[in-house]
Design a protein. Structure first.
Length: 496
């Protein structure tokens, strides 16, 4: 028995060692590629005058589609932010997904809306539309409000795709603040790339503690609370050190649901947003890419490193855990739905590079980390391994995690330098030192729970309580509770 345990221990040691080395090497390589691509992007864009795009008669038309569910607390300011974007040929489509609060009443009152007759080309099947509203005030001529029966975020986005007649659609979260020049920067790849661009994504930043007035970001502040501050580093690390590289490699699988710009024609032809997943943003990008491969269409999915969108991050572990549970489920569902592309050369880099990476280092990593730590503890207790070796492994993982976070902070400082206060730099560095100790174990736990919930068919998302952008807790303003995704039963994929 002892001999078998030693053999198992040796095999597990080797597996963990080589897996950890390959994971670290992969992330380090992505960081290097991102650094060169970031430098190239900033150098190239320093010579661009975006006013030429604003004044061009060739600029594509864009529909901003924003689903809203129980957003009465923030919706007036959020819509004002969307209407203040600097772009000539665009409209804002707010899709009220059967809200139970006063969202519609607030919009009608503040934007002088009235119900109008509106022909809808129902290319994608959705829940019934109860009414379409336009403003009597010409100042809000770009605004279109759709009231529909509740069907979830994917259903609301599909209604927006049906109603839009634009070349491109920008799917945004209504509770986000969009930079005024965001569309000009997002649309540039669609204009300048020789290969057809089917989607672009931008950086999403944390707006907690920032000063926001009339839907505009006035001043960027590092969050006062620890949990949102950790997410600042997490977002910078993911967006600047990961997606820049995947964009360069044309292997990007995910455009953030908070802000993404899509080729409307391809989005509809590939079937629109999927109702059967809680990760509809990632799943749509993968399906659009698969459609292009199967129809022999050369394409690109491009990432923009500029900070274009600001969103409120969860400020307590209960709400954050629900969000990360959902992300884990969405990733697992997408990988399962499209498992046919795994190592399939027919799908190029998508099947050979991107899918295996997400499967091995995004989905599988929490399982290996949890069971690896558990197994080492058991071996140490039984005397088949030493505590010194266990703590050496943990220390190496900690050092690598801190190094990546510090590198991300340096990326931010050398690129867009959003946090001007020197004290904020030291606060972020200090946060990076403690993140692997208290925050990372929680994300592993939430990821495991998300996968367990998926396998058991549990789909309850729960309430997403928001404080409100630009508002301090001290004001004790009334908050609204909203499910980010209404509860619905969807079939869970069987275990493989």
């Amino acid at each position: 028995m002892d001999k078998y345990l030693e053999l198992i221990g040796d095999f597990f040691d080797s597996f963990i060692f080589y897996y950890a080395i390959s994971l670290c090497f992969s992330y380090f390589t992505l960081a290097i590629v991102s650094a060169f691509e970031m430098r190239h992007y900033m150098k190239k864009n320093s010579f661009i005058d975006y006013r030429t795009i604003l004044s061009s008669h060739l600029q594509p038309s864009i529909s901003l589609i924003a689903p809203a569910y129980n957003e009465g607390a923030n919706i007036v300011e959020n819509v004002r932010s969307l209407l203040s974007i600097h772009y000539g040929n665009y409209e804002v489509i707010i899709v009220n997904d059967g809200s139970k609060d006063d969202s519609i009443a607030v919009l009608v009152q503040n934007y002088e809306l009235e119900k109008v007759d509106y022909a809808i080309n129902e290319q994608l099947h959705t829940k019934p539309v109860r009414g379409v509203y336009k403003s009597k005030n010409s100042a809000f001529s770009k605004l279109l409000v759709v009231d529909k029966e509740n069907g979830g975020k994917a259903d609301a986005l599909n209604v927006g795709l049906n109603i839009s007649q634009s070349d491109l659609v920008a799917c945004v979260d209504v509770d986000c603040v969009i930079e005024q020049d965001a569309l000009v920067k997002m649309v540039k790849p669609f204009i300048e790339e020789e290969t057809r661009v089917i989607a672009t994504g931008g950086v999403v930043r944390i707006a907690n503690s920032c000063e926001i007035e009339n839907g505009k970001l006035i001043k960027v502040n590092l969050p006062d609370e620890l949990l949102p501050r950790v997410q600042v580093i997490e977002y910078i690390r993911a967006f600047l050190m990961g997606r820049m590289a995947w964009s360069k490699l044309n292997g990007l699988l995910l455009i953030s649901g908070a802000f993404g710009l899509f080729d409307r024609d391809i989005a509809i032809k590939s079937g629109g947003y999927n109702h059967k997943t809680v990760g509809e943003d990632m799943e749509l990008v993968v399906r659009m890419r698969i459609w292009c491969h199967e129809n022999d269409l050369k394409y690109r999915v491009v990432y923009i490193p500029d900070p274009l969108c600001w969103t409120e991050a969860p400020n307590n572990t209960k709400i954050l855990g629900r969000q990360r549970n959902r992300w884990a489920r969405g990733t697992a569902e997408t990988l399962w739905f499209h498992r046919k592309i795994f190592l399939n050369p027919k799908y190029g880099k998508l099947g050979i590079l991107s899918y295996p990476f997400w499967l091995l280092y995004e989905w599988l990593a929490p399982f290996i980390e949890f069971f690896g730590v558990l197994f080492y503890i058991i071996l140490a207790i039984l005397g088949f391994s030493t505590w010194q070796f266990f703590f050496m492994i943990i220390s190496l993982i900690y050092a690598f995690a801190v190094m990546m976070s510090i590198s991300a902070i340096l990326f931010e400082e050398m690129s867009y330098h959003q946090y001007k206060n020197k004290r904020d730099m030291f606060r972020m560095m200090a946060t990076a030192l403690i993140e692997p100790i208290f925050y990372h174990p929680m994300t592993v736990k939430w990821s495991l729970e998300g996968n367990i919930d998926l396998l058991t068919g549990k789909k309850n998302w729960g309430e997403m309580t928001r404080q409100g952008l630009g508002k301090k807790k001290a004001k004790k303003e009334k908050t609204q509770a909203k499910p980010e995704e209404p509860d619905k039963e969807t079939p869970a994929p069987p275990s493989s």
